[in-house]
Design a protein around this ligand. Structure first.
Ligand SMILES: [Zn+2]
Length: 213
């Protein structure tokens, strides 16, 4: 019996990461949905911005960004929800798991293919499995065979790092970022300048939003 208990303990340590510690539980009405992973909840008449823990939704400027936001809004906007606070992010925002009724909204966003499992900050198997399933079933953003992860999208420069003069010059080659599947042309600041990449043809990958590949 003791041996079995030990086995169970070892097994659970190996297979399932510890769920996040809940530091506080709050209840309030969702008065704003910013995007697929951020909401504003009115708690005791005060607005509280909550970043959904363990998930990362496409930015509103990305493909499926608006659909992801709409999916979250359809579930919780105007509803009274529970926020299980797990901590605070580097911007001071409350991180939490939100529940509407019996639904774990964070998990549901992954399950329906409207958000990525944010593996850098959460290693729960159940969330990883929901993502794998959504990917397999091509749900939501997974309809795209090579969707750009939001953390990759945020790493891209917001303004072109190249001057107009250079962008008008001739394109001498193309570069494929093997992490994101994005193609850059030789005038782009990312050309031959990504962690993983290789020279490619003019039609490989997806064109960069800045240099247009
Ligand atoms: Zn580019």
């Amino acid at each position: 019996m003791r041996f079995t208990a030990l086995l169970v303990l070892v097994f659970s340590c190996v297979s399932f990461a510890t769920p996040p510690k809940i530091t506080e539980q709050l209840t309030g009405k969702v008065v704003r949905v910013t995007d697929g992973d951020t909401v504003t909840v009115l708690v005791n008449l005060k607005p509280l911005k909550v970043r959904l823990y363990g998930i990362d939704a496409p930015e509103t400027k990305q493909s499926f960004g608006n659909q992801s936001k709409a999916a979250l809004a359809a579930m919780v906007f105007g509803k009274v929800i529970t926020v299980k606070k797990t901590g605070t992010d580097k911007y001071g925002r409350t991180l939490g798991i939100i529940r509407y009724g019996n639904t774990d909204v964070n998990a549901k966003m992954i399950e329906d293919g409207w958000a990525w499992h944010y593996k850098y900050y959460n290693d729960e198997d159940r969330l990883a499995k929901l993502e794998t399933k959504a990917k397999k079933d091509k749900l939501g953003l997974w309809a795209d065979s090579q969707p750009l992860a939001p953390w990759e999208f945020r790493r891209q420069p917001r303004t072109p790092t190249i001057s107009k003069k250079t962008i008008q010059g001739p394109t001498t080659g193309y570069w494929l970022n093997l992490s994101s599947g994005v193609r850059h042309n030789s005038q782009c600041g990312n050309y031959k300048n990504t962690k993983r990449g290789r020279p490619c043809g003019p039609n490989e990958g997806r064109p960069c939003g800045i240099c247009k590949g």
